[in-house]
Design a protein around this ligand. Sequence first.
Ligand code: ADP
Ligand code: MG
Length: 258
Amino acid sequence: MAITISFINQKGGVGKTTSSVNTAAILAYKGYSVLLVDMDPQANTTGYYDMYDSEKASIYNVMLRGARVMEVVKQTPVKGLFILPSVLDFSRAELELSQILMRQEYVLKDALSFVSDSFDYILIDCPPARNKVTINALTASDYVVIPTIPDHFAIESITSMGELLNQVKCGVNPNLQVLGILITIDEITSNKKAYKEVLQTGELLPCFDTAIRKNTKLQEAINAHQPINLYDKSCSGSKDYSAFVDELLNKTGSTSGF
Ligand SMILES: Nc1ncnc2c1ncn2[C@@H]1O[C@H](COP(=O)(O)OP(=O)(O)O)[C@@H](O)[C@H]1O
Ligand SMILES: [Mg+2]
């Protein structure tokens, strides 16, 4: 049975896509079979691997047109890493999900249940929103990672995410666990340091020890359509995401590298 992890934050630009793409690739490199699910209509995860195609079936067809996950999944250039792509049209999902009469929150979970034995990890890159699409991701997940920039807005969005997670736990998924806040785009400025320290107390929600330092190589890797561990394995971005994956494997009870 796959372990399913959502990367969520209602704020955009905090590193959800960067974190889910690179975590998925590092897990695949370690030998795990990984499905990366793009739930954002902006389709940045799909575009990362240059796989955007508005004509081809996508998460939209899986969630709202009854397509089977395995018919839609594509192999990425990374061995062991598969992607369930998104499209701009997926923005219609919000309205269409609200028109479904029964099990609105379970649409993704039900669809993924058919492929759960085919993967070790299913990682979900969520949209920057507290909406039905995000709730579907959380209902389908065992764990949550919250990529967060340590700044003025972080505390507010973490508090709001905490409330949403509690609602999902009480309503549809009592087993959902927060693995932690993942500090991203970390810099040594006094302002960021102060917010980082607040987040690392774990008083709001648990926080990973590893923080992802600001590193332009992570941006360059997108242009090359390569995950950071293939683009430049010695850069700080690659080292930080590797350390994060080791921490994540520890917390999810898996052993690194089999
Ligand atoms: N650690 C980092 N260092 C430098 N740039 C980063 C880092 N993490 C993310 N970025 C850049 O920040 C922008 C937003 O990241 P992204 O992962 O797309 O956020 P989200 O998916 O939350 O909207 C992108 O241009 C990405 O390349
Ligand atoms: Mg994104």
